[in-house]
Write a protein that binds this ligand. Structure first.
Ligand code: FES
Length: 572
């Protein structure tokens, strides 16, 4: 029989072995629990403060049953959970912290393989980043999306319809009571946002990477199939340990390329870029912002899902989900890559089919021919910026206009409803101070609302530019992740009211039409405005966080340390 890592704890006849076994026996474990069988850690981001993950204890029980059925033994352990709907100033501030919790919890314990239970936006990348730095056999079970929201006889989507209701309320088009009513219909069941927001995007990413069982990404949270998938994942992780199928054998450069292509075809969240870059950094696969641009080109939009389209994740699942999308991309994907079930992508998706072409289009009838995320370059974003054209107004994708500038979110909040604000629908709105260091944490403020007086005139979209992110559920002609951010002296810091800015998605350019001499003059008088966090994790974060174009990890975290531990807690 193979000797697993956990035997370094349980396989000893000395004092240390006594301690490891004896204390665990207080949970009713018999002697044979320690006889050398694979030990699986169930890394659970369950929390009642993360509503999208509040059902994960139930899924953990299903994973546990699967592990036992396959001859392993499972220990569930909690890690920091990140609830998008509640945490301030932004969960992104804590993604890297949670990833450290995951990494150290896995490495420090007698674990041979890991099942990650994640769902709400940052919980998935945090777990993958941390686990990648340990590189044990690992499999992900996502929690699944909520059922479709319902309001006054029609489907409403998490986030996407909230942004609409909110702007309609500001414009006086709907009443406060209608707004309140929608609150009761939006979140009808356990699960994550039911749009193709960041959580669902990342569940699809995990499946496209080969890190979760084929076909599992879109199963609604409350569908019995999700419990079955959890149980089967529990069985499978035992096999992965026996085969030593580590993360680094699945997360190859080809797997990352597959994920980028699938993301373009489903109209996934722009947050995908930051998280995939950070995961690649941990597992030591070279990946750059330009890879996203290059690989997304000529990828058709095949999913008609909010915020880019009309339907919701429940519909997506019934229409065939990720397998149906992959079935249409076969000639573009690396189909020989090994996935977590030990089979190749081509074997896993050989029988996939589309069941509803209003929701998932065949490649030859794509909803948009070329819809992938565009990476912009230019003097306003020397290290890049991104825009999601499928969620934008086509007429604004190539547009030159004067800038209306907000120096920070406080100034924006103060001025945006001012009837005297000097702004027209043709202008470009610029928000500074929303980057990784500057906020801190790079919040989802990039889809900041339009000036009240324009909303009242019926304007519903304008170009908005910032160094922040936007919710995966959001829409609009929104340029995000401007790098370097304003707080560290990126050109964004130098933009002034009335400057001319040109967005040219056709040529992938974002240009500030101000001369180099004038920019140099402005730079001389520019002083950094760092947020005031004198101590604690936020202080460490501000000192160490990298810029958006490399994934905004902390500068001491990229790479792997493996699973080896150098020292024991007790003397021999
Ligand atoms: Fe948790 Fe959207 S708020 S997935």
């Amino acid at each position: 029989m193979k000797t697993y890592r956990s035997q370094e704890w349980f396989g000893r006849k000395d004092k240390s072995g006594f301690i490891a076994r004896s204390w665990l026996k207080n949970q009713g474990l018999p002697n044979d629990a320690f006889d050398g069988r694979p030990v699986i850690g169930i890394c659970n981001t369950w929390s009642e403060l993360t509503p999208c993950n509040a059902h994960l204890r139930d899924l953990a029980d299903n994973v546990k049953n699967g592990v036992l059925e396959a001859g392993g033994i499972a220990f569930e352990f909690p890690v920091m959970s990140l609830g998008e709907a509640l945490m301030k100033p932004t969960t992104m501030l804590y993604r890297n912290l949670a990833s450290m919790d995951v990494e150290e919890s896995i490495r420090a314990n007698p674990i041979d393989g890991v099942v990650i239970l994640a769902n709400c936006d940052k919980t998935t990348p945090a777990c993958l980043m941390g686990a990648a730095s340990v590189d044990l056999p690992t499999l992900v079970v996502s929690g699944g999306p909520m059922l479709n929201g319902k309001h006054q006889g029609r489907d409403i989507g998490s986030g996407t319809d909230l942004w609409k209701f909110s702007e309609d309320l500001r414009a006086g088009l709907i009443s406060q009571s209608m707004f309140d009513e929608a609150e009761n219909g939006m979140s009808r069941s356990p699960g994550a946002c039911n749009t193709m927001g960041t959580a669902s995007t990342l569940a699809c990413m995990v499946e496209a990477l080969g890190m979760s069982l084929p076909g599992s990404a879109a199963i609604p949270a409350v569908d019995a199939s999700r419990r079955r998938a959890a149980r089967l994942s529990g069985r499978r992780i035992v096999g992965m340990v026996q085969e030593d199928l580590r993360m680094s054998r699945i997360l190859t450069r080809e797997a990352f390329e597959n994920a980028i292509i699938v993301n373009a075809a489903i109209g996934g969240s722009t947050n995908f870029i930051l998280h995939l870059l950070a995961i690649a950094g941990r597992i030591e696969v070279p990946l750059t912002l330009d890879d996203f641009d290059l690989l997304s080109q000529n990828i058709p939009l095949l999913a008609n899902l909010k915020p880019s389209g009309e339907y919701l994740m429940e519909d997506f699942y019934y229409a065939g989900g990720v397998p149906a999308v992959i079935s249409q991309l076969r000639d573009k994907l690396h189909d020989k890559v090994m996935q977590c079930n030990g089979k190749t992508l081509s074997a896993n998706y050989a029988d996939a089919a589309i069941f509803n072409q209003r929701i998932i289009a065949p490649a030859e009838h794509a909803f948009i021919k070329d819809a992938g995320t565009i990476v912009l370059r230019g003097n306003l974003c020397a290290d890049g910026a991104v825009i999601k054209p499928s969620a934008a107004t086509p007429a604004l994708l190539n547009h030159k206009a004067r800038a209306v500038v907000f120096e920070n979110i406080e100034e924006y909040n103060q001025r945006i409803n001012d009837p005297d604000l000097d702004v027209t629908a043709d202008d470009i709105l610029v928000l500074k101070g929303a980057g990784p260091k500057g906020y801190p944490g790079m919040p989802e403020v990039g889809n900041f609302g339009l000036p009240l007086k324009l909303l009242q005139q019926g304007v519903r979209d304008m170009i908005r530019i910032s160094d922040g992110r936007m919710s995966g559920t959001a829409f609009g002609t929104i340029v995000l992740h401007v790098s370097p951010e304003s707080c560290v002296g990126g050109t964004l810091a130098l933009v002034q009211n009335g400057d001319l800015i040109e967005l040219n998605c056709h040529e992938r350019r974002l240009t500030l039409h101000v001369s180099d001499n004038e920019l140099a003059r402005r730079r001389e008088s520019w002083r950094p405005v760092m947020p005031d966090y004198p101590r604690g994790y936020a202080s460490l974060y501000i000192q160490s966080v990298e810029q958006a174009h490399t994934g905004a990890d902390l500068n001491f975290l990229p790479g792997k340390s493996g699973s080896h531990i150098k020292r024991e807690p007790h003397p021999e």
